[in-house]
Design a protein around this ligand. Sequence first.
Ligand SMILES: [Zn+2]
Length: 252
Amino acid sequence: MGLVDTEGLILKSYSLAEADKIVVLLTQNEGLVRGVAKGAKRLKSKFGGGLEPFSIVQISYFQKEERELVSIRQIDLLKSYFDNASQPRFLQKFSYLVELLVEFAPPHDPNERLYRMTKVCLETAAENPDSLESIALYFELWILRLGGYLPNWNNCNNCKRELEQNENSGLQINFHLVCNNCQKSRNNWIISPEQRQIFITAQKVSPTKFVEFTKNYQKGVKEVSIILRRIISNILGKETVGEKILTASSKL
Ligand SMILES: [Zn+2]
């Protein structure tokens, strides 16, 4: 493969040897990449502040075939989110989202839409620090959608009829919806028109517009997020997906 030059987002970095670091990045052109930054822990490292989590960088690295770890040559900082990352709520939320990303994005599998979505969520969260819950929902939903896992909440999964705007629907065990007529059990989890609207709107608009849209629906955002996390838990085969639990169990 040789030398690769691409934009990327630093997800995390950790110590390797005395002077070196391993850096995990989501790159624009090459997907998830793990690389060694030699000498990164030295005081006068050539990488400077470019290895801080959530930094947008231009990176060049050398890749040998059959090797997962690449060798990082140069990193130039394009944009830093250091100030945001020093806020505990922001850090906690994005650490959780990064774990999701690492779980869902296969290494060296380019996905430019995933990169752009992640970057724009980060930008939007930095501009709207009070809207972290909405951004997280947006991110969870798009990670599922880009992976092909998102259920269709426009139609009844049984009779295929398009659900009406003000109609309650029932959540099935496979996370699809059934209309009122098709509901066999009255014990189904009911999805309200508001919850469905949040779910559908997130697929149609930018994170900025979504933040705007959900300003008055914070309860609905929490409820839909719970369902998305159940879907994610199912896919990952973990019992619960939550910010602390997932971070604690993260494998590097
Ligand atoms: Zn139906």
